[in-house]
Design a protein around this ligand. Structure first.
Ligand code: NAD
Ligand code: TYD
Length: 340
């Protein structure tokens, strides 16, 4: 019988792509526990909802009874935790939910691992825990954590909890820290889907500050394959950085989208900068390449074209997930003038 993986947050962007990877390319059975917040959508999983190795459980990772029931019923051997509040701008508007899910939720998930009921725990973290880089250098796994906003602070806290559980209780856990993802099914509050969605409707593109901040972009499929490599071959207690060596300024990303959609640069609108905006992220992925044999396979040019095509061909997906809550968030963040 195939082993079962408990994937949390599998109705979100990366978790959903990971669930699909497990079902399509491995023998694992998958139980997906997701609270279906504004960012979680079962519409994104319609193609696999009837898969014989897939089960969805609507639940919150902070709810220990939900997790215990999943353990009793499906006996997963491992947990891969994607569930989180993930948007920096929302964390600046208010961080309570970030601490609840990203910190206390991880603490709740660690309990059955500490009790010996789970063989392996993978915490999906982020490069943002390292803070902001100057113009030179890259983050390695030994770079000190120096989070610069409430979201990254909550993720760093979770990393410390996982590390403490490895050290104190000897649990088998790994932490992955990946750079900025793009690809299909990303919620249209993040830079790339937001800009594609707005540009394709001829709306202004709000670029924060001078637009010269740098992010290190990776296609979501490459990230998911890296997490799978860590689940299967990662060494107990280790941290693995994941990145695809695509350092690009935000303004350049936005111009790439405008060019691909044949829209004018005049849609760009420089707006007030994000408070405490991290200037640059860049990942050194030497460790995971050397030790686990993982390498990114999707070039930025190829991945972006495929992503722009996907959003153009799936315009109804965005329409179906945009709610009143999104419109209210959008107004708080950008003001009413820009419109959704
Ligand atoms: P997302 O916001 O698209 O999805 C998050 C999912 O978690 C949603 O389905 C949501 O319903 C679910 N969720 C939230 N709170 C929950 C709770 N209390 N219980 C159960 N489910 C809950 O996020 P994403 O972009 O797919 O990110 C997934 C993970 O990857 C996060 O941990 C994030 O920190 C990490 N990460 C993201 C990126 C990126 O670029 N998006 C990069 C590196 C790491
Ligand atoms: P985002 O997708 O929110 O990811 P993160 O903050 O986790 O890196 O933002 C990516 C970059 O794009 C970041 O430097 C902020 C910038 N940005 C804008 O300039 N305008 C926007 O409307 C958004 C959402 C982001």
């Amino acid at each position: 019988m195939s082993k079962t993986v408990l994937v949390t947050g599998g109705a979100g962007f990366i978790g959903g792509n990971f669930v699909r990877l497990l079902l399509n390319e491995t023998d694992y059975a998958v139980v997906n526990v997701d609270a279906l917040t504004y960012a979680g959508n079962l519409i994104s999983l319609q193609d696999i909802e009837d898969h014989p190795r897939y089960t969805f459980v609507h639940g919150n990772i902070c709810d220990e009874a939900v997790i215990q029931n999943v353990l009793n019923e499906y006996a997963p051997s491992s947990i891969v935790n994607f569930a989180a509040e993930t948007h920096v701008d929302r964390s600046i508007q208010g961080a309570d939910e970030f601490l609840q899910t990203n910190v206390l939720g991880v603490q709740a998930l660690l309990k059955p691992v500490i009790a010996g009921n789970i063989e392996r725990f993978v915490q999906v973290s982020t490069d943002e825990v390292y803070g902001s880089l100057g113009p030179e250098g890259r983050f390695t796994e030994t770079t000190p954590l120096d989070p610069g906003n409430p979201y990254s602070a909550s993720k760093a806290a979770a990393d410390f909890l996982v590390r403490a559980a490895v050290n104190t209780y000897g649990i088998d856990a790994c932490i992955t820290r990946c750079s900025n993802n793009y690809g299909p099914f990303q919620f249209p509050e993040k830079l790339i889907p937001l800009m594609i969605h707005r540009a394709s409707h001829g709306k202004t593109l709000p670029v924060y500050g001078d637009g010269q901040q740098v992010r290190d972009w990776i296609h979501v499929e490459d990230h998911c394959r890296a997490v799978l490599a860590v689940l299967e071959r990662g060494k107990k207690g280790e941290v693995y950085n994941i990145g695809a060596e695509n350092e690009i300024q935000n303004i350049e990303v936005v111009r790439t989208i405008l060019t691909a959609l044949d829209k004018p640069d005049s849609l760009i609108e420089f707006v007030k900068d994000r408070p405490g905006h991290d200037r640059r992220y860049a990942m050194d992925n030497t460790k995971i390449s050397r030790e686990l044999g993982w390498h990114p396979t999707v070039s930025f040019a190829q991945g972006m074209q495929a992503t722009i095509d996907w959003y153009s061909n799936n315009a109804e997906w965005i329409q179906s997930i945009i709610s009143k809550e999104y419109i209210r968030y959008f107004e708080r963040q950008y003001g009413t003038a820009s419109g959704t």
